[in-house]
Write a protein that binds this ligand. Sequence first.
Ligand code: CDP
Ligand code: MG
Length: 766
Amino acid sequence: MGSSGARVGEALPVAAGRATIVQRIREHDTVILVGETGSGKTTQVPQFLFDAGILDAHRKTMIGITQPRRVAATSLARRVASEMGCADPATLAPKHTSEKPEHVGYAVRFDDRTNRNTRIKFLTDGMLIREILGPIELPSASEPNKLRGKGALLKRYGILIIDEAHERSLRTDLVLGLVREIQRERRRRVDAGEPGALPLKVVIMSATIDAERFARFFATEQAPDVPILYVAGRQHAVRLFHTEASCEDWTDAAVRAVMQIHVTKPLGDVLVFATGQEEIESLAQSLQLFASQLDAWADAEGRTDVPGLLVRPLYAALGPAASAAVFAPTPAHTRKVVLATNIAETSITIPGVRYVVDSGLVKEKVFSPQTGVETLQVLPISQSSSVQRAGRAGREAPGECYRLYTKEAYGTLAKAPVPEIHRTELSGAALQLYALGLDPFTFGWLDPPDSALLQEAALHLAELGAIHGEAAGGGGKVVRLTPLGRQLALLPIVPSYARLLVAAAEQGPVVARQARDLVSVLSADRGVFVEPHDAERREAAERARDVFVDASGDHATLLNALYGYLAARAHAHGAHAGGGASAGARHELRMWCQTHGVHERTMRNVLAIRKQLMRICQQHGLKCDDEARGGAAARDVPRVDDDEDADTDVLIVTRGGGGAGTSAGTAGTEDYTALLQCLGQGRLSNTALRQPDGTFRRIAGGLSFKLHPSCTLHPARHGARGTSAASVQAIVFEELVLTTQAFARTVSKIEPAWLQALVNTRATSS
Ligand code: CDP
Ligand code: MG
């Protein structure tokens, strides 16, 4: 990063404010810090505070920095570690001691890279909420698994930095409310002279001006003045271009814009704001094609000045290594094009960007309390996002921004984005509050959600059996967390998946194992099957995975794929046993994935989640495994050196007669009936019945929809399967996607008779 001797961050705007920042944090419990994206807030402020020695050395307190996004938490932690000359947190092991200091770590769901030496800890908001709920890792099996709740008071933290507060993610909002309570409680204890009590310093960092609001929220009677510090930005002029007419297909327009920039504009990297992973992958494909034809084109045109083109995607599901590629300096005579989701809007700054191409769109979750369904929708961004995105082109020098929308369209955009708390499903957040003994209806929210949203959440939790209303004095009702609710709150997965695990555990070890594996697959960042964009390759991919298809639909099909993969892996490791043969095994497995249309990196991610889930279930006394491969045997097998894949899962799959079979990927030997029955438990909102016109409608009412073409049960496939559309009367689905029409994805067939029981629970809980 072009530093020579001087500290890396010294040239960043925030460096000028160093002394003031440190001093204010010494003097006040809360400080608000506002600064332009890229000014160095996230990477420098933790280092300032660490160097200033504000932490309690004796008790080894930490600085925590929360992030709304996983990729940001991991990549920023790695950046700070490298600036400080510390060990790379991505390689940090619980006990391993590196040659370098291990001060910097990160913790994201299913991946904890911290150890006792960690003093600067990047974590997602969700992980901080888990820590507030109480330790997931219990010190010993003898200690009963009880919620410590607020008792934990985040005592390991001396300073907590809540970053990207302007983004107003639901979890950030929840963190703000909870941290305020904890901070006040710790202050009370300090003032009461309690031995060992320490105040909790809180720094709220934000890229846009919402500062007064945060300041008011954290002000107390004793400390009414919460200082707001502004970091002077360094923003160069950005020339804006709009399209003349609105474009039909923004991805086409984006490709054309990048091509034009590439062949007509001086060197400088391009940042494209796209909507999501699928669109990014398809854009990447088009641009790769363009890049591969560049030389021939330049020859034909007689141009000698056309640089090379490097395409780099950036989205949440990319692992740390792939996202690190985005930051690598662009080679000489080359232009880098980064295709990003709105993660690059404020949380991650990519150096070298001079051109921005803005789709004007963002993919967001939208929940409607009327229908009780959360959908993923592509929506126009707000004006403030639009300005932020353009600003990314002017970080280092004057730049240009190509908006793929008209000037008039810009005028119609909302001023600011709608905070997530007003448009999302709240049952997870509500459950966490109930588990802490707090009432979501009266909780101290920065910005209270609509009561209809909270009511829907409470209804859903009641349906799951997580809470229970009891008559109280004066004709009122008090809501109590049930023991089941407590159990669900402790599992780091959405309440309905947690409910599935609990329901499955009651059905015996086989169903429990299936449920654990299904939740692992569904919790992965992306689907386990490759989904090529062009029709021909997509068809080939569909044929390739045909061996996994189960007549009941997608859930069982996904499990068959997982079991097929595990069998193939066991086979590969068996065939290449001994010494340094793991390269051969890896190759065999890669070939297997290719021929079966399976996304290998995702499968590895699924296995990592599965292992964590197994540990978590064991800690919570929740059965999730077949007898033959009980937890102990699975856990205590030593890892094979230098092959991160060769772990215990190889053993776990060698069950006789399971779906894994010996010929890799033979489906159909496993019975999933009981699993599918459990899948519906407490999830009336995710079940639907077929209508006479062939569409589906949720039992709980609302819009009608079709099956997404990717569904195993899609009518187009019945011929090949020897099934019929009419045989699919009732379904359970994982999500609704709203494009021009509504589609359900990840769908399985269930017996209409099973639904009666669900309807009855809904009736009694409301
Ligand atoms: O938090 P804020 O937006 O104020 O800035 P930051 O994330 O601390 O980034 C400060 C600078 O570090 C930016 O110029 C980034 O481009 C750079 N950076 C980098 O080069 N590589 C990373 N992995 C992270 C940040
Ligand atoms: Mg930042």
